[in-house]
Design a protein around this ligand. Structure first.
Ligand SMILES: Nc1ncnc2c1ncn2[C@@H]1O[C@H](COP(=O)(O)OP(=O)(O)OP(=O)(O)O)[C@@H](O)[C@H]1O
Length: 567
């Protein structure tokens, strides 16, 4: 909550202006209606016309001031709210970026989406309805009280008592009652968003496996539960508003009754009775929204806690400030590295040691599931080793700024994302200042016959597996930093295309540090080193010719491949 208050206080100027304008709006509103009551009573006594004209002019002035200040208050407060929400969303996103992809081990995409969109959106109520309106209401009430005091201390006391019940006692009771319900509504929204996202991701598989109607029913059930929660909340809000309205009406009746009594006992001039009644009615109208403060406050608190909880587990990563990598291309090394994924029962990497000197090329081979891609996960600082040290350019990775590492490394993973948009949009992600001529030349090198303005569907749905891979390779070509990490870059290509693009890659990466993961044991002799993984262990490292001569793991793998795929 303190963090939320700090964020709001960054907009001090807006807060102050909103309070001033809100107070002027409230006071002029009370003045407008009080004066109306006074004019009605005064007119009955047939005063000189100029007095009526003067009072009517004041009435117009109050009306004008009320509208102007209300407009100003809304404008300033909404502008500040949008800035606050923008700041919160950016901060959350920046922090999320630092802990991706490790954050996905605990949170699903839809849940994160619901937090970054829904929970942040919920926080708008904190400033607009919780933070400054009670201050405005208090100021207006205090001014009204002083004004009323001139005419009757008793009536002022009644208003004060009702004020305390409306703004303190009732909200406190509501808050106690509200807590559990607010938690539920955010959780239900999150559950719906999470399932909906997975539903969309897996839509095709659900259709194929004839599970669409089951999953749709699950979703409808979640949507119903969320709608029920929303309905419950709306009912609660209306009920609380009704309590306040009832209280306001009782106060008006009390003021009228006591005022009428004081008129009969001549303790109050009858001229002011209508004014005091209308004043009470107006000032309590301002207090009715106070009934919503507890539920909005609780909801904001829950939303903020949900945002913070994502970060709490990873704050050492968020707060880390690393140094930049000085050398280009840089070496890559693992020193006695052991690693286990959070949920895994056993070590995925066991005692891994290797050095890939700067400007050399290495291929990691091994059976599926032997831990090859996990080496990349650690190298890219997506995960930290359970023990041991991963170094780039001789610097331990934990002391390196991750953004610097990512910007200096050209990476192609097994799964590459394509966004809905043109071929150009998807390529310039790798190099935003690339000219059309450059993009077309890279497409040609990748043997892709695409127009730059051709549309690519979400996740590259309208591309073949091989086209996706070549488009991802085109990005690699464009980024082209001195260090390349490629995970199975040719697995979806036919052997001829693979050979041609492999050849181009070898030309392009001369003098660069390259680490490539490959299932196929093709052209390994052209690499400086081959690293052989088996069941999480690095079982062989060396030049292809030496390893083949040794007739160890690599030799066996090669024999297996030859037997399986006769040349
Ligand atoms: N995010 C994860 N959380 C938990 N376990 C994981 C995760 N990613 C991979 N694993 C497990 O770690 C082991 C090694 O996986 P990894 O992806 O590194 O293998 P690989 O050698 O690259 O396999 P392939 O050649 O099939 O891509 C596997 O048993 C896998 O199930």
């Amino acid at each position: 909550m303190n963090e939320l208050i700090d964020t709001v206080l960054k907009e001090k100027r807006a807060v102050l202006i909103a309070i001033i304008l809100g107070s002027i709006g409230g006071i002029t509103s009370v003045a407008l209606f009080s004066l109306s009551g006074f004019i009605i009573s005064k007119a009955a006594l047939l005063p000189p016309l100029y007095i009526i004209l003067f009072l009517a002019a004041c009435l117009k002035l109050f009306g004008f001031l009320k509208s102007l200040s209300r407009y100003g208050e809304r404008l300033i407060s909404h502008e500040a709210t949008l800035t606050i929400l923008n700041d919160l969303r950016m901060t959350f996103y920046d922090q999320l970026e630092k802990i991706t992809p490790r954050v996905f081990t605990k949170y699903r995409s839809g849940d994160l989406l619901s937090r970054v969109v829904g929970d942040v959106e919920t926080l708008q109520n904190f400033f607009l309805r919780v933070f400054y309106p009670p201050i405005v209401t208090a100021i207006v009430f205090i001014c009204t009280m002083f004004f009323t005091w001139f005419f009757s201390a008793w009536i002022a006391a009644i208003i004060l008592l009702s004020l305390l019940v409306t703004t303190v006692v009732l909200p406190a009771l509501i808050l106690m009652h509200q807590r559990k319900k607010t938690v539920k509504i955010l959780l239900e929204r999150s559950a719906l968003s999470t399932e909906m996202t997975e539903f969309l991701f897996g839509f095709r598989d659900l259709v194929i496996s004839d599970q669409l109607s089951n999953k749709t029913n699950d979703l409808l059930h979640l949507a119903k539960r969320y709608a029920q929660q929303q309905q419950k909340r709306s009912t609660e809000i209306i009920r609380h508003q009704a309590y306040n309205t009832l209280l306001a009406m009782l106060t008006v009746v009390a003021v009228l009754t006591i005022g009428a009594y004081f008129v009969t006992t001549q303790q109050l001039d009858g001229l002011y009775l209508a004014m005091l009644v209308l004043l009470t009615l107006t000032v309590f109208e301002l207090a009715i929204p106070m009934a919503l403060v507890p539920s909005y406050m609780e909801e904001s608190k829950q939303a903020m806690e949900r945002l913070q909880s994502v970060m709490i587990d990873h704050d050492e990563k968020i707060d880390a400030v690393g140094t930049t990598i000085k050398k280009q291309p840089f070496s890559v090394s693992f020193h006695t590295v052991n690693f286990r994924y959070d949920e895994a029962h056993q070590m995925t990497l066991k005692n891994i040691n290797f050095v890939i000197p700067q400007g050399t090329r290495a291929t990691i081979v091994g059976a599926s599931g032997s831990g090859k891609s996990t080496i990349f996960q650690l190298l890219l600082d997506y995960y930290s080793p359970s023990s041991g040290v991963v170094c780039v350019a001789g610097q331990p990775l934990e002391s390196v700024c991750s953004e610097d590492l990512w910007s200096k490394t050209t990476v192609m993973l097994q799964q590459n994302h394509f966004f809905y948009g043109t071929v150009r949009d998807n390529l310039v992600l790798a190099k935003d200042d690339a000219s059309d001529a450059e993009l077309l030349s890279v497409l040609q090198e990748m043997e892709l016959d695409f127009e730059l303005d051709e549309i690519i569907y979400e996740k590259g749905e309208n591309l073949s597996g091989g086209e996706k891979q070549r488009l991802a390779l085109a990005r690699v070509w464009l980024k082209n930093t001195p260090v390349w990490l490629l995970d199975e870059p040719f697995s979806a290509l036919d052997p001829q295309t693979e050979r041609r693009i492999y050849e181009r890659m070898m030309q392009k990466t001369m003098g660069k540090t390259v680490v490539m993961i490959s299932h196929r044991l093709m052209a390994l002799q052209r690499m400086d080193q081959v690293l052989v993984m088996d069941n999480g262990e690095l079982v062989e490292v060396g030049h292809y010719d030496d390893l083949m001569q040794k007739k160890g793991y690599l030799y066996d793998l090669k024999q297996l491949e030859n037997n399986r795929l006769p040349s």
